[in-house]
Write a protein that binds this ligand. Structure first.
Ligand SMILES: NC(=O)c1ccc[n+]([C@@H]2O[C@H](COP(=O)([O-])OP(=O)(O)OC[C@H]3O[C@@H](n4cnc5c(N)ncnc54)[C@H](O)[C@@H]3O)[C@@H](O)[C@H]2O)c1
Length: 316
């Protein structure tokens, strides 16, 4: 039995607790930001308002405090959305935590001063001095994991032994883990697939969407190589695996559909998705200053066009 701390009681952090508990670990979840999730997790029934399931009784909830990191854990899991990564980086900075850290968050950050795109593991290591970071990505809708639908994900660490050790602690018969050394490729894929899911969603019919799917895969392959990942990662769970699930369902492809119907981003957001977070839009705004300036748009025509469509609030 290992002691696992999950930071982030949103849909993904909470769903992730289920296989961890089923694997006979002691699991503690804490939520630093969202009052609704705190109320859900602190309640007796542990009904999660976003997953619409009762979480296991064995799941222990603890109020968030930086002091929690002073306790001994075998694994610390970060399940915050991208907006929470700088927060947690500051909290962890210089604590010299020994336990391996596993990041579920998908996204990229633009460092304006260094004019560099950073992966989340890169940001935690370079800007916040956090060591021993692994990442877990792949096609996983939190609601489906919470219902124990069979799900495969990839755990990446340059030292694949660490990734395999993590896999052993969290895998169940319905939550299967694969492993990769290509941390950069896995992180790039799992972030930009949200933008490509919007592009594919704009297709309006299967023929056009398939054409956009094929061209998206080519652009993703180019971008993995550009950011010094391993091109072959495009064929894995974090690449086409995650692109598929995001393109057939989810908020990014839904927004893409509205863009394809001729709405501007802000009109579609206001009319159809006022309360939804569209991760692809957030990422587009984050990385556009770099991508549009540094990369020849001939290599990534779809990405360049979508970024401009969102930034300038134009019709696609
Ligand atoms: N690795 C995977 O298999 C996988 C699968 C699905 C989703 N995800 C990723 O997990 C992340 C969370 O997704 P989710 O569906 O749980 O989202 P959610 O909206 O349900 O939860 C978001 C979490 O981030 C926290 N948060 C948001 N803004 C914050 C801020 N400013 N400061 C601190 N904390 C903040 C919230 O409090 C909450 O804990 C996303 O990046 C998503 O892409 C990963």
């Amino acid at each position: 039995m290992k002691k696992i701390l999950i930071v982030g009681g949103g849909a993904m952090g909470s769903a992730f607790s289920i296989p961890c508990l089923e694997n006979n670990n002691k699991v503690i979840i804490t939520e630093p930001h969202n009052k609704v999730f705190i109320k859900d997790l602190a309640s007796k029934k542990k009904f999660h308002s976003s997953l619409k399931v009762n979480l296991p009784k064995k799941l222990k909830f603890r109020n968030y405090s930086k002091n929690i990191f002073r306790e001994k854990f075998d694994l610390i899991v970060i399940a915050l959305s991208l907006a929470g990564i700088d927060f947690i980086g500051k909290e962890l900075k210089d604590l010299k935590i020994k336990a391996p850290l596993l990041v579920l968050t998908k996204g990229l950050k633009y460092d304006k001063k260094k004019e560099k795109i950073l992966t989340i593991s890169g940001l935690l290591k370079n800007n916040y001095n956090v060591a021993n970071v692994s990442v877990l990505k792949g096609p996983c809708l939190a609601k489906e994991l919470a219902r124990k639908n069979k799900t495969s994900v990839v755990v990446a660490n340059k030292d694949v032994k660490i990734a395999k050790w993590i896999g052993k602690q969290i895998s169940t018969r319905y939550y299967l883990t694969e492993f990769s050394k290509d941390v950069t490729g896995v992180e790039i894929c799992s972030a930009i697939k949200n933008i490509y899911a919007m592009i594919i969603g704009s297709g309006q019919n299967f023929n056009t969407a398939s054409d956009l799917f094929q061209k998206s895969v080519n652009e993703m392959k180019f971008l993995i190589k550009y950011f010094k990942g391993d091109e072959s990662t495009i064929l894995g769970l974090a690449g086409i695996g995650d692109l598929y699930v995001s393109a057939v369902g989810g908020r990014n492809s839904k927004m893409g559909d509205f863009l394809g119907k001729g709405f501007t981003f802000s009109a579609a957001k206001k009319k159809f998705m006022p309360k939804d977070t569209v991760e692809g839009e957030q990422l587009a705004r984050e990385i556009a200053p770099y991508i549009l300036k540094k990369i020849n748009k001939k290599n990534i025509p779809l990405m360049a066009h979508l970024l401009k469509t969102i930034l300038n609030n134009k019709k696609i």
